[in-house]
Every structure is written in structure tokens, then in C-alpha cells.
Design a protein. Structure first.
Length: 265
């Protein structure tokens, strides 16, 4: 009897140890499983985040490539004697300028309604009006002027499509250019030619003029001279009266400097 009781006690103790070992093992396995689950969830989140970033970057690159491709197509069309695409893009940034004393052309340089023209177009005027390509007229006021460079900065109320200046020194002799203007009252007329020379001396003694064989007539003054990318390379200013194909435009870098000095923040 005593032996049986002793054996029972011993067996019970061993069973308790086994049970405790099972509980410890289950607890350890549970912790390991939780740790593995947490690691897996973290790795999944990181992979998802990386995939999302790569997708966004790829979409951005594709968008930029598409814009570059479209721009190259437009340039190619223009280089093949077809300026139609460029004109469609820029003509809304060109305006006719009329006063009580004269008429000319101008172009928008800031979407808030700031535009550039020649000073002689608005000199002494009691009122200034501009007309956009859609036929709408706006009153304009003089913001700043430079008589030596023959430039004027005007302001009209509304939102407009601005033109961009070409990079300084970017104009090349022989490259094709167009002028959009208001010659003899024929609004938004387009003429084509090439750059004949650069850094020509103007009436004020400033060697800052692009010589071109683009046809210019009274009313073209203050309008943009544009390259095949639609950027402003100069402001059409004057021509030699008794000669053919001798027009001059103030180089864009001088115009841009004038704008930066006078454009309100």
C-alpha cells in the first residue's frame, strides 16, 4: 500500500512537470508566432510602400516623357516650315494695343495681366486699350517705362496666358522666327523670317538688337519675335524705312531685365 501511494505521488509530480513543460512550450511557441506575424506585417507594409513609391515615380517619369515627346513633335513641325502648332499655343498671349494717338502690339508676360509693348506706342496717350485674340477689349494702365530701351510695362485687369522668354544668348543667326502683330490695323497677323544678326546697335547706342528679315510694318511695334519653340527672342521695335528685310527687335534678355525691375511681387 505504502509503495503504491509513493508511486502515485511520484507519478503525479511527473505529470505536473510535464504539464508545466507543455504550458511553457505553448507560451514560447505563441510568442514566436506573434513575433513572426509582426515581422511579416512590417515587411508587407514596407514592400507595399516601396511599390507605391515606384509606381508614383514611374507615373511621373511617363508624364514628363510624354510632355517632352509632345514638345519635340511641336518643334519638329515648326522646323518643317509649319508654325501652325506654335501659333496656336502663343497667339493668346499676344494683344493689340490701341490709344488715342497710335496703335501697336504687346504681349502678356504675367498671368495677372501685365504686358510689354514699346514705349513709343503709348507715349502721351490719354487712354490705353488692349484687345486679346478672342476679341475682348480691356482697359490698361502704364506701370513703368524706359524711354532709352523704348519699353513700357502695362497692366490690364483679368487673367491671361503669358509668353515665355528664351534663355539669354539662346538666339542663333539663321534660325527661323515669326512676328505676331497688328500691322496697319490687321490684328494678329503672322510673318516669318530668320535671324540675320544679333547684338546690332540701336538708336540709343545700345548693342542689344536682333536683326531679322521678318516683314515688319507700322503696328508691329511692341509685338513679340518668337522662335520655333514659341519663346520670345525679342520685342519688335523698328525697321530701316527705305530697305527691305531690315527689321530690329530688342533682345529678350534686356526686356526680361526691365520686367524684373518693375514687375510688382
Amino acid at each position: 500500500m505504502v509503495a503504491q501511494v509513493f508511486a502515485f505521488i511520484t507519478l503525479s509530480s511527473q505529470l505536473a512537470q510535464v504539464h508545466a513543460s507543455q504550458l511553457e512550450l505553448r507560451r514560447s511557441l505563441g510568442d514566436s508566432v506573434d513575433e513572426v506575424r509582426r515581422d511579416s506585417q512590417y515587411q508587407i507594409r514596407e514592400v507595399t510602400r516601396e511599390v507605391s513609391l515606384q509606381r508614383t515615380e514611374l507615373q511621373t517619369q511617363l508624364h514628363e516623357q510624354q510632355q517632352t515627346f509632345e514638345h519635340q513633335i511641336n518643334v519638329l513641325r515648326a522646323s518643317q516650315d509649319d508654325f501652325s502648332t506654335v501659333i496656336e499655343e502663343v497667339i493668346r498671349g499676344v494683344v493689340s494695343v490701341g490709344t488715342d494717338t497710335s496703335a501697336g502690339t504687346g504681349f502678356i508676360i504675367d498671368a495677372r495681366g501685365y504686358l510689354v509693348t514699346n514705349y513709343h506706342v503709348i507715349r502721351g496717350a490719354r487712354f490705353i486699350k488692349i484687345q486679346t485674340y478672342d476679341g475682348i477689349q480691356h482697359d490698361a494702365t502704364l506701370v513703368a517705362s524706359d524711354g532709352g530701351a523704348d519699353l513700357a510695362l502695362l497692366k490690364a485687369e483679368g487673367l491671361f496666358q503669358p509668353l515665355l522668354f528664351s534663355a539669354p544668348g539662346d538666339v542663333q543667326i539663321g534660325e527661323k522666327v515669326i512676328a505676331i502683330g497688328n500691322p496697319l490695323g490687321l490684328s494678329f497677323s503672322v510673318t516669318e523670317g530668320i535671324v540675320s544678326a544679333v547684338e546690332r546697335e540701336g538708336p540709343s547706342g545700345l548693342k542689344a538688337y536682333v536683326q531679322t528679315d521678318v516683314t515688319l510694318n507700322p503696328g508691329n511695334s511692341g509685338g513679340p519675335l518668337l522662335n520655333i519653340e514659341g519663346n520670345v527672342v525679342g520685342v519688335n521695335n523698328f525697321k530701316i524705312g527705305n530697305a527691305e528685310g531690315l527689321g530690329f527687335a530688342l533682345e529678350s534678355k534686356f526686356v526680361e531685365e526691365f520686367v524684373k525691375r518693375n514687375l510688382p511681387a
